[in-house]
Design a protein around this ligand. Structure first.
Ligand SMILES: C[S@@+](CC[C@H](N)C(=O)[O-])C[C@H]1O[C@@H](n2cnc3c(N)ncnc32)[C@H](O)[C@@H]1O
Length: 232
């Protein structure tokens, strides 16, 4: 009888494969749906692993600007609701200069890259949004781990949604996948506060979950309106 070999797939390789799947799926979807312009927004940039993957899969296909939003000083103070042994204030820090060097070194042309430095509750202002509008986002990649970090991110990105925008949460299954914590809690509250926004589930992995924005709900027709009147 043949001896069974143990499966030697280390966690990092497994994670990289999953992320390849994520970015290939994003590229395919955006290609099929002609999401050719706008932004790739990333919230939580650290060592640029995902920013580089995003570029590798989409840079030559689309005319996007790649924007990295981060404190570039690591995680903020951890509030009670986000407390978990793995999160520490200042953890996961990469400087803005290092991030830019890694990203440009990975092939992103400097003129297609922007960075926004600061903690989200202070940096994501209306004045900042004005510098990006009226262009919308093709992809919004959220990888900032914490509930408290995700709330201001979602409030900011609302104005950048257009039908087809992919919103993806990298840390969907943090906190054991508890919907009352982390990115999931922020997403649930965002949905309750904005019931007119329609999303459908897109791909997921063991760590991440993506949604596609479909547009706002159609206003309910007034009583007595004929179908033909609504269509015209
Ligand atoms: C898990 S790391 C991101 C990993 C990155 N996507 C990569 O592939 O290398 C989380 C990042 O979120 C940032 N972050 C978390 N909360 C933040 C906040 N409130 N404001 C700004 N940056 C934040 C941290 O500085 C850190 O760089």
């Amino acid at each position: 009888m043949r001896a069974t070999q143990p499966l030697e797939l280390d966690h990092q390789t497994f994670r990289d494969l999953q992320r390849e799947y994520i970015f290939s799926s994003i590229a395919r979807f955006c290609s099929l749906n002609s999401l050719n312009d706008g932004y790739y927004f990333e919230f939580g940039c650290h060592e640029a692993r995902t920013m580089r993957l995003a570029w590798e899969h989409t840079g030559a296909r689309f005319d996007w600007t790649y924007v990295g939003f981060d404190s570039f000083a690591g995680l903020p103070e951890i509030s009670e609701i986000d407390r978990q042994p793995i999160w520490k204030q200042g953890g996961l820090a990469t400087s803005e200069t290092d991030f830019i060097n890694i990203t440009v070194g990975g092939g992103v042309p400097p003129e297609r890259l922007r960075t926004v430095k600061g903690f989200y509750d202070q940096s994501l202002t209306a004045a900042l949004a004005e510098t990006f509008l009226p262009q919308k986002a093709a992809v919004i990649f959220i990888d900032c781990d914490l509930y408290r970090s995700t709330v201001p991110v979602l409030a900011f990105v609302r104005q950048f949604l257009r039908p087809g925008t992919i919103v993806i949460f990298d840390d969907w299954f943090c906190f054991y996948g508890d919907p009352e914590r982390g990115e999931r809690r922020a997403w649930g509250e965002f949905g309750q506060a904005n019931p007119e926004l329609r999303f459908t589930e897109f791909i997921h992995t063991n760590e991440a979950q993506a949604f596609i924005y479909l547009g706002d709900s159609w206003p309910a027709p007034a009583k007595g309106t004929k179908v033909a009147d609504v269509a015209t």
